[in-house]
Design a protein around this ligand. Structure first.
Ligand SMILES: Nc1ncnc2c1ncn2[C@@H]1O[C@H](COP(=O)(O)OP(=O)(O)O)[C@@H](O)[C@H]1O
Ligand SMILES: [Mg+2]
Length: 281
């Protein structure tokens, strides 16, 4: 489902958290939202599932404007996993937590099984979520959000506190949801991990949009580094490496670096061979 913000501002009286934000993401896209602390990222997500309503402007999910809609209605369109998992846990067991979405909003048993599998939660189904370590609590909350099966899923800092292995589980969930056509909007500081999964980017600084559009389009911009710096974000590791190696195309993970270096070498070899042939002719 498509997500659209038109000239959206939001004030926590009197703090202005977002100013005149406009952006649009097509159905099925994976979007990363990045920016310095306090740039308005969490506020942006809360406006998406209607916990907050714009002070000015309009947020539309598909054809439905969030203004005047109850949070319970909007929860069927957009599920949000909070920045702090402990603000969201409420059930006595992991299973009840994960089933809540299925039983009340309706992701279906197939989705429940897939998520238990993807997040390796089967051993913990009868544990009290509060008794689990932080990373597991975060996975339970993300899982419980995803089992709602909503057309839009919003995740606030989902990799915070996760190990590499658990981040891998999250990556698998994102790929699974993408294949189902879910629009996934992810607030993150972890661009190194999430850029490979993303189609679109939204960069915020002091509540204003610095960039909104395609990931690949962003990294072809000459001022990409400056825009990121203005948003208080470090330039992503693989983008730095690919530009230092002059690969001609931005890489987002180690595989793409290896591929780029391979292509560059093959190109150099061909040119060198060509020169030898010419010299020998
Ligand atoms: N409940 C609140 N009451 C008042 N101000 C808030 C509240 N939540 C956030 N803010 C302020 O709004 C701005 C944006 O916050 P937030 O959306 O949480 O940013 P981010 O998620 O990017 O760190 C910050 O200046 C923050 O201090
Ligand atoms: Mg936040």
């Amino acid at each position: 489902m498509k997500v659209k913000y038109e000239n959206v501002s939001f004030n926590y009286n009197p703090t202005a958290a977002l100013s005149n934000v406009s952006c649009e993401f097509d159905s099925g896209k994976t979007v990363v939202v990045a920016g310095h602390n306090g740039s308005g990222k969490s506020t942006f997500l809360k406006l998406m599932n209607g916990i907050l309503k714009p002070t000015e402007g309009r947020v539309t999910l598909g054809e439905i404007g969030t203004e005047g809609k109850r949070t319970s209605e909007l929860a069927r369109l957009c599920a949000l996993s909070f920045q702090n998992p402990d603000d969201q846990l409420f059930a006595q067991t992991v299973k009840k937590e994960l089933r809540f979405g299925i039983d009340n909003i309706g992701g279906g048993d197939g989705l429940y099984d897939s998520i238990v599998d993807t997040f390796h939660l089967s051993e913990h189904l009868y544990s009290n979520p509060y008794a689990l370590v932080y990373a597991m609590r975060r996975l339970v909350v993300i899982g419980a959000t995803a089992t709602m099966g909503t057309p839009i899923l919003a995740l606030d800092e989902p990799t915070a506190g996760l190990s590499i292995r658990e981040k891998g589980y999250l990556g698998n969930l994102i790929s699974f949801l993408k294949a189902k056509g879910t629009t996934v909007v992810i607030v993150t500081h972890d661009l190194n991990f999430l850029l490979p999964y993303s189609d679109e980017m939204l960069l915020l600084s002091h509540g204003e949009v610095q960039f909104s559009g395609g990931r690949d389009e962003f990294f072809t911009r000459k001022d990409a580094r400056d825009v990121m710096r203005r948003s208080g974000i470090g330039y992503p590791m693989y983008a730095r490496i690919s530009s230092a190696l002059d690969l001609g195309k931005t890489a987002f993970d180690a595989e793409e670096i290896v591929e780029g270096v391979g292509k560059k070498r093959a190109g150099t070899t061909r040119r060198t061979n060509g020169q030898h042939q010419l010299e020998g002719a």
